[in-house]
Design a protein around this ligand. Structure first.
Ligand SMILES: [Zn+2]
Ligand SMILES: [Zn+2]
Length: 385
C-alpha cells in the first residue's frame, strides 16, 4: 500500500456513501499529490476511444472492464452463444451500455444481444437496461424476482436522491478548478464538470426498464455452445443476487457477490454471504468475472474474500454483543488487525485493484476507508438474514 492509502477524509467518504467518487474539497497536500498521480494514469487510459477494455476470458467469453468515468460503471460479462449473445450487467447509463453494445459488435461478434442479466438491482448494473432494449426490442432482461421487486421499489427514488447531490458536486469541482495551479488540474476539473453535466442531462429523463423475465432459484439458457446456468444462491451483496455459470467454459459471472476489491455491504447480508459463496463454489469454474476489478484466475481470491466477510462479521458481532459502540469498533478494526486481510496478501491485492480499476478517481477509496465502511455496514446489517 502506498502513502495515498493512509489518509482519511470525511467529505470523500460521504460522497462514496452516496455512490459517487469523492471530489476531495480541502484534501491534504499529500492526497492532492496522490490524486494527481491517479489522474495522470486515468488520462493515459482514457486516451483510447473505447469506454471499456475487452478481455478474453475463455473461448467465446469476454469481460468488459470500464475505463474511469466520473460515475461508476460495473464490469460486464459477455457470453457468445451459438446464435446470439448474453450480457451480464448494464452499467450506469444507457449511453455507457450503448457504447458497450457498439464495442461488442466491433470487437467480438455481430450476433445480437438476446439476453441481458441484471445480477442485482444497483444503479451501476441496471441503469443501462433501456439501451439494450432499444438495440433489440426482443431482448429478454433477466433477474431474480427479488431484484425486479427492488428495482421497481427503489430505483427511481435512489436515482432522484443521487441527482440531487450533483449540483453540490458541481460546485465543489468549480471551487477546485478556481484553486487549480496547473493546466492539467484545470483540464481535470473541466472533464469532471463535463461528465457530471452529461450524467445529469441523460439521467434526469431516465427510462426505467424492468426485467422481463424473473425467477426464484434457477433459470437455464439452453444453447448448443453450452448451457448457461443462472441461479440465486442465497442472499449476499443484496437480497436478490444472481450468478451466471458456464460449465463448458468453466467461467462464473459473479456480479457483486464476489469482487476484486473489498465488498460493498451497504445493502448486504453479512451473515449468509459466505454461505452463498460456498454454494456457488460447488460449480466447477476456474475463472470469475467479478462485478468490479480484475478477472480472477483460480479460486484463491474468492476464498480470501469469503473469509474476510466471515472474519469481519464475527468480530463485529462479538463487539456488538459486548456493547462496543460503532465508533470504537471503527477505530479498533484496522487492516493490520484482521488476519483475513493479511493472509495471502489479500489486503494489498485489494489496494492494487482499487488503484487500477476503481472507475472514478475518488472511488479509489483507500483500504482503511473501505474497511471502515464495511464495519459500519456489517454493524447495521447484522440482524438481516
Ligand atoms: Zn456494483
Ligand atoms: Zn452492487
Amino acid at each position: 500500500m502506498g502513502d495515498c492509502d493512509h489518509h482519511h477524509h470525511a467529505s470523500r467518504r460521504d460522497f462514496f456513501r452516496r455512490g459517487f467518487g469523492g471530489i476531495l474539497a480541502g484534501a491534504s497536500i499529500l492526497e492532492e499529490a496522490c490524486f494527481r498521480a491517479s489522474w495522470a494514469r486515468a488520462q493515459a487510459r482514457a486516451a483510447t476511444a473505447h469506454l471499456f477494455d475487452v478481455e478474453k476470458v475463455a473461448e467465446g467469453v469476454f469481460a468488459a472492464l470500464p475505463k474511469p468515468a466520473v460515475l461508476n460503471n460495473c464490469n460486464a460479462a459477455i457470453f457468445v452463444l451459438s446464435r446470439d449473445v448474453l450480457v451480464v450487467d448494464a452499467h450506469s447509463t444507457p449511453s455507457a451500455a450503448a457504447a458497450l453494445i457498439a464495442q461488442i459488435r466491433k470487437q467480438i461478434t455481430e450476433k445480437p444481444v438476446r439476453y441481458l442479466v441484471n445480477s442485482h438491482f444497483h444503479w451501476d448494473h441496471t441503469q443501462g437496461d433501456a439501451a439494450y432494449k432499444k438495440a433489440n426490442p426482443q431482448i429478454e432482461i433477466i433477474s431474480s424476482g427479488a431484484t425486479k421487486q427492488l428495482m421497481s421499489q427503489l430505483q427511481r427514488d435512489r436515482l432522484k436522491a443521487q441527482l440531487e447531490t450533483i449540483p453540490g458536486l458541481i460546485d465543489q469541482v468549480k471551487m477546485r478548478r478556481s484553486y487549480a495551479k496547473t493546466a492539467r488540474d484545470r483540464d481535470w476539473a473541466d472533464d469532471q464538470l463535463r461528465q457530471l453535466a452529461a450524467y445529469q442531462a441523460e439521467m434526469s429523463s431516465y427510462p426505467l426498464e424492468l426485467p422481463t423475465v424473473s425467477f426464484d432459484k434457477t433459470h437455464v439458457i439452453k444453447d448448443a455452445a453450452g448451457d448457461l446456468e443462472l441461479a440465486f444462491n442465497g442472499k449476499a451483496h443484496t437480497a436478490g443476487d444472481v450468478q451466471v455459470f458456464s460449465a463448458s467454459k468453466k467461467v462464473l459471472a459473479a456480479g457483486d457477490t464476489i469482487i476484486s476489491m473489498l465488498p460493498n455491504i451497504n445493502d448486504g447480508y453479512p451473515r449468509p454471504w459466505p454461505k452463498t459463496i460456498d454454494t456457488a463454489a460447488a460449480w466447477k469454474f476456474e475463472k470469475i468475472i467479478v462485478g468490479h476489478g480484475s478477472v480472477q484466475h483460480g479460486r484463491e481470491r474468492m476464498g480470501q474474500f469469503r473469509n474476510y466477510i466471515e472474519d469481519l462479521t464475527a468480530r463485529v458481532e462479538r463487539a456488538r454483543q459486548a456493547g462496543t459502540p460503532l465508533e470504537d469498533l471503527q477505530r479498533s478494526i484496522t487492516p493490520g488487525s484482521l488476519g483475513t486481510l493479511q493472509a495471502g496478501g489479500f489486503g494489498s491485492w485489494v489496494a492494487e485493484n482499487l488503484d487500477k480499476y476503481a472507475v472514478y478517481l475518488g472511488d479509489k477509496t483507500p483500504l482503511e476507508e473501505r474497511l471502515a465502511g464495511n464495519v459500519s455496514a456489517v454493524y447495521n446489517n447484522l440482524g438481516k438474514s
